[in-house]
Design a protein around this ligand. Structure first.
Ligand SMILES: [Fe+2]
Length: 206
């Protein structure tokens, strides 16, 4: 005796008959074409050793930049208090600028012939920025975390820029100096001015 399920699966088979060529091929698996950490050939007049070293540096910077970017979004959502609106907007602006850096760093790693890290779990393993709690924190604590993250990134980016320059990797040096360092310095200034303890209404000497 045919059950209702049998009847409906037979009906679907009938509907699908003759349409195999238009069907998407699902559940495909194969070996990776390039393992993480390996550098492929790339005709950009830089030897493999230089490209591998720049990519290794840039992956560390990428993990830290992704973490700072995500911390900006966390603070954008969780900010509280009388400066809510301006900080809500400023944190999101900085998030978007960090996101542009993330893309520029990741694509530079790829063009060097290496593989950029991408997924959050890998970023969490690599980043040197301390993990913030899941809960909500006060504005001065949020800002302290951001400033410390900016300084960590600036310190490593300056070291990496010098190494890239010495190795003749001008493109990496330019990305680090013109984009990463300049953006982080500017953002650190905008954030730091919020934790200067000046009177809001009445001047201190009044
Ligand atoms: Fe938003």
């Amino acid at each position: 005796m045919k059950t209702k399920n049998h009847r409906s699966s037979a009906k679907y088979e009938q509907l699908e008959a003759g349409s195999e060529k238009a069907a998407p091929v699902l559940h495909q698996k194969a070996r990776e074409i390039q393992p993480y950490g390996k550098v492929t050939r790339m005709p950009i007049a830089l030897n493999e050793e230089v490209r591998a070293h720049s990519a290794e540096n840039l992956n560390q910077l990428l993990a830290d930049t992704m973490t700072l970017r995500d911390m900006y979004k966390k603070h954008h959502w969780q900010v509280a208090g009388h400066t809510f609106y301006q900080l809500h907007l400023l944190f999101d602006k900085h998030h978007d600028e960090q996101d542009e850096l993330v893309d520029a760093i990741a694509e530079r790693i790829q063009l060097l012939g290496a593989i950029s890290i991408a997924m959050a779990a890998d970023v969490a393993e690599i980043t040197m920025i301390p993990r913030p709690p899941r809960g909500r924190e006060e504005v001065p604590v949020q800002i302290s975390r951001l400033l410390e993250a900016h300084e960590l990134i600036l310190k490593e980016a300056r070291t990496m820029a010098k190494q890239a320059q010495e190795a003749g990797d001008d493109g990496t040096n330019d990305l680090l100096v013109s984009d990463v360092i300049r953006t982080n310095e500017l953002q650190a200034w905008f954030i730091a001015e919020h934790v200067v303890d000046v009177p809001v209404v009445r001047a201190a000497g009044a």
